[in-house]
Design a protein around this ligand. Structure first.
Ligand code: MV4
Length: 496
């Protein structure tokens, strides 16, 4: 195992990795920008190195500064976390060139999977299902029309260099194809400096399900099952769970998707942790979409259900140790749900809400795991992604996990900034969510339902309180029960 590892990230994931390093007896080095000088990860790490000014382009994205910090501190390896440089093949290469181990897959696999069309070709070659469509870029309208007609409308235009939904266009009929190609191509050119687009059949209201894989440097690969990630907003995941509710009635689906993921990973000579994204349609056909060559934000739900520590395995595999877990050793127990707590205002179009956290009470208790990057008094900077923490719960069944999540959310108090906490409480009450009827359309439909009957919560609370007070009669048998000071203060505040 390594003696010292540098964590090239910030926020909750930097804290998560520092914790894993401490458990492994490895000295941790945090890096930070000027905005993160007093961050939780910096406070928790053994050593810390300043990278420079707040903008990520001058700090967390600077390959040279990070490699230099590792050299200066004598770190033998770098964990990139997610985002930032985690899927940058040049960074992985720069590490190895400096004699520093990149805790992740080989640079060649990162590069190959970075191209969505190359990943798609690899999946086809490996015998894994992909959405019907073409791998080659559209070069003339006539052949695009022929392809679209044979696929059948609606079709989806996608950017070859794409990801995150940019350069994507739904086309419902041939008359719209030409203009859609023009729009998608210019959007792709702006976003990726590459205007190539190709065609796929549109999968209607799919589930988004991904498979976690783990492999060592000797070619031993296993899958850790799925995560259901359908609840997302604008390609940003909001809630993830394991198992996917669809697996309850169809346990063989996990095995088939796991096998497909492993075939692709083997074809890519993959090692370390990785994730294959799939679309699953209403008939439970599944199609490979793309591969993420990093640790995912939502990895805790897999850890809670499999009992395996993904970050520990990442460290051991990078250090050249064998993955001693066999496929038949992997089992899935109970149900885990994760909510991403963001500093954003659900009432103001989810505008980021940075600022000072003036009060913080964190949930705990049975089955609760909080991966947080903040503390009371910390100022959330506006320079980065506004993810504050991930609240994950585990319970024996999905229903009890939902109850547990509601309980944990009710304990969570964050003041000074706006968060999306209350939105999760609403979703936990939603009949569609509770039934496990999920698709990538879930959140849009949830917001549409909500528009229809937006309750005035304050008016309801005052009315309920008035009704209770009106009913209270003095009871001579039990003289005025002194209600708790908490209750009294709450009432006084409401009626003020
Ligand atoms: C699709 C699709 C339906 N049919 N491909 C969106 C991001 C990109 N990585 C792939 N995406 C999609 N590809 C076909 N052929 C629907 C989506 C999609 C989606 C996928 C995963 C998670 C959320 C999504 C939200 C909207 C659309």
């Amino acid at each position: 195992m390594f003696r010292k590892v540098l964590v090239a990230n910030r926020g909750e994931i930097a804290v998560r990795i520092v914790r894993a390093l401490r458990e492994a007896g490895v000295t941790s080095v945090a890096v930070y920008s000027e905005a993160d000088r007093a961050s939780l990860a910096v406070l928790m790490a053994d050593e810390a190195a300043c990278l420079g000014p707040a903008p990520a382009s001058e700090s967390y994205l600077c390959i040279d500064k990070i490699v230099e910090a590792a050299r200066r501190h004598g770190a033998e390896a770098i964990h990139p976390g997610y985002g930032f440089l985690s899927e940058n093949a040049e960074f992985a290469q720069a590490c190895e060139a400096s004699g520093i181990v990149f805790i992740g897959p080989p640079a060649a696999a990162i590069r190959q999977m970075g191209s969505k069309t190359a990943a798609r070709k690899l999946a086809v070659a490996a015998g894994a299902p992909v959405v019907p469509g073409t791998e080659s870029a559209i070069d003339n309208l006539a052949s695009a029309k022929t392809t679209a007609r044979s696929l059948g409308y609606p079709v989806l235009l996608k950017a070859s260099a794409g990801g995150g939904g940019k350069g994507m266009r739904r086309v419902d009929r041939e008359a719209d194809l030409e203009a859609a190609i023009r729009d998608a191509s210019s959007e792709a050119l702006r976003a990726f400096q590459n205007g190539e687009v190709y065609l796929e059949k549109l999968v209607l209201e799919p589930r988004h399900i991904e498979i976690q894989i783990l492999g060592d440097r000797r070619g031993h690969l296993i899958h850790l099952g799925e995560r259901e990630c359908s609840i997302q907003r604008r390609h940003q995941k909001v809630i993830e769970e394991c198992p996917s509710p669809v697996m309850a009635d169809h346990p063989e689906l996990r095995e088939r998707m796991g096998e497909a993921a492993l075939r692709i990973a083997r074809a890519a000579n993959y090692y370390n942790a990785g994730t294959m994204e799939f679309l699953v349609d209403r008939d439970r056909n599944f199609y490979f979409l793309e591969m993420n060559t990093r640790l995912q934000v939502e990895h805790p739900v897999t850890e809670l259900v499999t009992g395996l520590d993904l970050v520990q395995w990442q460290l051991r595999i990078a250090a050249g140790e064998p993955l001693t877990v066999r496929q038949e050793d992997v089992s899935w127990s109970g149900s885990a749900i994760e909510c991403r707590i963001y500093a954003e205002d659900p009432d103001q179009q989810f505008m980021p809400s940075p600022g000072r956290i003036t009060r913080l009470t964190e949930p705990a208790g049975p089955g609760v795991r909080l991966d947080s990057g903040v503390y009371e008094g910390w100022t959330v900077p506006l320079d980065y992604d506004p993810l504050l923490a991930k609240l994950a719960v585990w319970a024996r069944s999905r229903d009890t996990a939902i109850e547990r999540m509601r309980r944990a959310l009710s304990e969570y108090a964050i003041a000074g900034i706006r968060t999306n906490r209350a939105l999760f409480i609403e979703i936990m009450h939603d009949a569609g969510f509770r039934a496990g009827n999920l698709s990538t359309a879930f959140l849009d439909e949830f917001f549409a339902r909500r528009e229809l009957c937006e309750p005035d919560l304050e008016a309801e609370a005052v009315a309920a309180l008035a009704a209770v007070l009106a009913q209270r009669k003095p009871n001579p048998a039990s003289p005025a029960v002194p209600t708790s000071q908490w209750l009294q203060t709450g009432r006084d505040t409401l009626l003020r």
